[in-house]
Design a protein around this ligand. Sequence first.
Ligand SMILES: [Zn+2]
Length: 382
Amino acid sequence: MSLLITGIGELTTHDPGLGVLTGAAVVVDGDRIAWVGPMGGAPDADERLDVGGAAVIPGFVDSHAHLVFAGDRAAEFAARMNGEPYTGGGIRTTVAATRAASDEELLAAAGRLVAEARRQGTTTIEIKSGYGLSVAQEARSLRIARQLTEETTFLGAHVVPAEYRDDPDGYVALVGGPMLAAAAPHARWIDVFCDRGAFDGDQTREILTAGAKAGLGLRVHANQLAPGPGVRLAVELGAASADHCTHLGDADVAALAGSDTVATLLPGAEFSTRSPYPDARRLLDAGVTVALATDCNPGSSYTSSMPFCLALAVREMRMTPAEALWAATAGGARALRRDDVGVLRPGARADLAVLDAPSFLHLAYRPGVPLISTVLHNGVPR
Ligand SMILES: [Zn+2]
């Protein structure tokens, strides 16, 4: 089954050869893009969709989300807005609720968030474990995540659970040993929260090295709450992405600029914890590849909305609208080491969003407005 999407007022492809087209059309064949070009030259297809001058963009690639959990922390958010600082300690509240939930409850809740993200234009989403923190619970979280995405990440090293409070190195050994062995069959990636109050540089290195040996790709929660070794470790170990990057020194920026490690910025977290935003301009000007993602989680960033994060990046982090759109699509693809998403060119996945607007500029210009009118995922409208 092929589909001709025509009447595209502005088509952002993120393909260097195609650029931004006006008066464009796209032909989808099965789950792939078959043709991209000017409306007049489009080949025939089985079905036809005229979008009447609307803008079309690649589907968003949300490369950082924590969706397998139970309960919420709205009261903690309200207290924080009243002046209490964010410490990351509330993660243990979600761990208790998650452990008590059934498989069916966790899958249904995560599935609702994936559907919510899809309505807002997200067609690829990474999902982390990290609220189970035992061998069986982490494996279960990843089995559930695998039912929703191929981009699953083992985050046993999210926080040291209460039962290991007096033996953090024992917990590190568990994560890099039996927990990793149980998690690896269901995961593509391994991640560590390397920060003040979480895991230090030595612990992070031990866990990531074990993960790489087990065949997993590497990601790091780095330099969110304080300066530290996370970003430089991510680069040294060849991680696909260093996420947060809020507190960076010159050596961190230089390391990222000379590497294939993407700096994934998560402005929803700074919004929700009322913290200073990362310096996106400094990273971009240094030549670092930047991605934007939601960090969707019940504690520090409970939004599944890539358009919201894109608007924050433009308004609060001085990214241009074009840089922010690239970071939220092609940048996310780089952070997941994918070349088949975040771009609209023949051969890429037919993952795209039709906007209820004439230009992608409206995404940041009209924040909070539901501008995503149609989403195609693997060629299927939903
Ligand atoms: Zn996170």
